[in-house]
Design a protein around this ligand. Sequence first.
Ligand code: GLU
Length: 501
Amino acid sequence: MSVVTRIAPSPTGDPHVGTAYIGLFNYVFAKKHGGKFILRIEDTDRERYNADSEMRIFKMMHWLGLNPDESPEIGGPNGPYQQSERLEIYKKHALDLVESGHLYPCFCSEERLLKLREEQKRRKQPLGYDGFCRNLSKEEAGACMAAGKEPYVLRLKAPSEGETVFRDELRGQIRFKNSDIRDGIMLKSDGYPTYHLANVIDDHLMGVTHVLRAEEWITSTPIHVLLYRAFGWDEPKFIHMPLLRNPDANKSKISKRKLDTSVDSYRDQGILPEALINFLGNMGWSMPDGREFFGLKDMIKEFSIERISLGGPVFDLKKLRFFNARYLRDILSLEDLAERVKPFLEAAGYDWDDEDYLLDILDILKSRAETLTEFVPHGAYFFHEDFSYDEQAKKKLAAGQKYLEDLEREFALLESYDEDSIDDLIHDYVQSQSVGMGKVLQPLRAALTGVSNSPSMTELISVLGKQRVLKRIGRALSYITAGLPDDKPQKPEAVKTGAVS
Ligand code: GLU
């Protein structure tokens, strides 16, 4: 049997990290077994539907490299892949179940249901439909439906006794008392199906063999199992993944109130898709050899559901950033890194005409950045000459005029700006002055960067090159003597109204 998996996100907001997580495991499981991975859109909740959100789910999946084999975008033999386009299919199947006695029409008014609910609350009874319409005879029900006077929904005729038992591949047998399964609505009066009915019909018709989803759906599974049995269809295998947790004390279910759950937002902050995938791959699963860093291909190669552990994996942002930093520093090639950083630098208004200059900059900055966006502030002084000096830097400049004047001459004479020559120059000069290294380097750093914290000076000088170094020292010296145009002392404020002179 060839494996078919799917995800079925609802397009209602920002593409969620939970969708990426479950998408990853579905993708990997399908690919491991040479099977297919389907992306279906559950858009039957028309009030919460958002077309933009749907597009962003497609984009997210491409960005992560989890490209489906069938989807609303690319189509496929089992389409349509948006549930709102499949209403006729649901209706036909629902009516089959009415015919076989597994669903029944319910004509109860909103008002009655509201009253029932209040009453159940008051008596502290479990909420749910009381089966008022359940025992209408087939003829009565059929006649009412045909008359079309009252709006009606179709409800599941859940067995009132016994148990519904199914197997979860990670947990073994799971049993639910049938008396806890209420006669839920399967088809609404507007012709839209509810989640359970649409989910089961689609999974069956699309040939889904493994339903791999988050554990919050376990309580829905007995309803699905009853539907499969009512239709006389084979059940898929169920694999319920542990839920991602907030990094709080009680490890609550991941939520956007406590954590940023939007994949787009991580992308915009400069998290790499490879890092996010790798991070999520470590959530509830581990490599047989224990290694933490791996790509999608490695994960597919080594994947087995036996290695899924059920403890609640915590979505720890610090760890995600740590993974990202590792990719920036050690795993991406410099050229690749440049391609990823460029859009961020361009958006910040930086430009450069020399590609090698950019690569050199990234090479010295990459060990200090955890995200792509951090290259923007860290790299600011590389891309323009009119940077300002921060307060610390101003102090260092003021104390370092003599050193800067000397170094301007020395650097003008230096032919080769390789790191060894720069190192020699600085050491010789510091020795000749009989001062500590810091006394000389601090004003020099301030002159070259405007800040007091930067990568190693030799690397920095070598990357900037002769022209920029001389220009920047010159600029710093004129600042020391004359101040920068925007840095002149402010004119004393005009006398404020009412002030006594
Ligand atoms: N629409 C559900 C979700 O958003 C699908 C659940 C399932 O996979 O059955 O996760």
